[in-house]
Design a binder for this molecule. Sequence first.
Ligand SMILES: [Zn+2]
Ligand SMILES: [Zn+2]
Length: 158
Amino acid sequence: MSEAEDWGDNFYTCMVCEKTFRSPLFEIARTYERTIFFDGDQIPVVEPIESEGIGTYCSTECLNQDRDRLLTKENVRATFPGIGPIEVCSRCGKPVDMVQFHLSWTEEELNCQWGPFIDVLQPINVQSLAVVCQQCAPLSTTAIQEERSSSNLVDVVA
Ligand SMILES: [Zn+2]
Ligand SMILES: [Zn+2]
């Protein structure tokens, strides 16, 4: 029995070299997120609400080869933004208010543990590639709904 058969459906296929593998995973993801800043010395946190893997690779080499193609397809370029409070839109060059939910692209190295019921993905390395302003990419309806349901805000009709 080959390794791939042994794995069942529990493996990834590299989008560049078509190699099958299980871990680590090199991924480019598109995420709706915001940065939360705190008073004092507390380190800011990034809160994601909706994330989708759009590139799957077996290695940094394969990811490096495909990054520009993938981002061009997404109509952004790699500007390697920080976490805010204000960064530059990777599409139109206008400021992005990172405290508000916005669309961002990241590349990640993930340690994958395949379980019988649940797979665990543990980020080893995360690098921000691009962000866009709210004019270039308004929040999707699902993202807004999740934002509402995850916050304690209640719509009250007076
Ligand atoms: Zn590969
Ligand atoms: Zn923009």
